[in-house]
Design a protein around this ligand. Structure first.
Ligand code: MF3
Ligand code: CO
Length: 264
């Protein structure tokens, strides 16, 4: 599948969706505190999204590669939440649950995807729950800085490789590691479009960036080793070594003058 270029008007539609994602984060921030469950955060976010005329796109989502059911194999379960809520060693795709209660010192990655007037917005933030230890604080700052450095490389003339390389270089310079199995992605009317955006240096990622391209950059940075493992629920992805993991994500559009953030 080729990468589609978005028009100025289409980018305005994506910007409106992205803006609502950011408003959802701002609303949710006050609820992220010790004692709240991730199911409560999910319900609060879903209500806010629907009240603003949008729909959560993760709810009921099945990854494209898992949509055909194979004989003798259980079907892949649709994602049950409206947000992903990924606590501590959960890298991404944490399923909201009434049994997962936040405690002082935790971190929680909240990933929000919604569709507004047919167009998608997608972003992720990792919040500290109260005061966190110094190494966790450094993990959060480093991951955010990885995202910033990746975005900085997203301009015409550069390739996708430049984005991934900048992210990996910074994460590893701070003693952390970058997850390989999950990536950023193009988006538009659909959550997942071309291109695939790697967060590490891949010589084959030669795609040249052009004005009108819209995609996410969403590095997942582990405090320990980069390996991942999935829970039996098939969604929740954890660090294989039990170390903490953080993620930040923006949706961006490439313009002649460089990247613009759509999820602000
Ligand atoms: N931001 C993630 C992504 O775009 C979240 C996907 S959650 C899912 O890949 F439920 F949609 F899979
Ligand atoms: Co995404």
């Amino acid at each position: 599948m080729p990468v589609t270029l978005k028009s100025q008007q289409q980018i305005e539609m994506l910007r409106a969706a992205g803006h609502l994602v950011r408003e959802t984060f701002e609303m949710l921030r006050d609820y992220v505190r010790p004692g709240v469950t991730t199911a409560e955060l999910d319900a609060i976010a879903e209500e806010f999204i629907r009240r603003h005329g949008a729909e959560p796109v993760y709810k009921g989502y099945i990854p494209p590669g898992h949509r055909t059911v194979r004989r003798g194999e259980p079907p892949f379960p649709p994602f049950p939440g409206s947000i992903c809520a990924s606590v501590n060693d959960v890298i991404c795709h944490g399923i909201p649950s009434p049994r997962i209660k936040l405690r002082q010192g935790d971190i929680i990655g909240v990933d929000i995807g919604l569709r507004l007037n047919g167009w998608i917005g997608d972003a992720c933030v990792t919040y500290p729950v109260g005061q966190v230890d110094a190494r966790t604080q450094k993990l959060l700052e480093t991951t955010q800085e990885c995202l910033r450095r990746g975005i900085e490389q997203a301009r015409p003339g550069n390739s996708l490789r430049d984005v991934g390389a900048a992210i990996q270089r910074h994460a590893e310079s701070q003693g952390f590691s970058v997850v390989r199995e999950y990536t950023g992605h193009g988006l538009g009317r659909n959550l997942h479009e071309e291109p695939t955006v790697l967060h590490y240096d891949e010589p084959k990622a030669t795609l040249r960036l052009r004005p009108g391209m819209v995609f996410t950059i969403e590095p997942m940075v582990n405090a320990g080793k980069p390996g991942t493992k999935s829970d039996p629920d098939r969604w929740t992805v954890r660090t294989a070594d039990g170390s903490r993991s953080a993620q930040f994500e923006h949706t961006i559009a490439i313009t002649e003058d460089g990247p613009i953030l759509l999820t602000v």
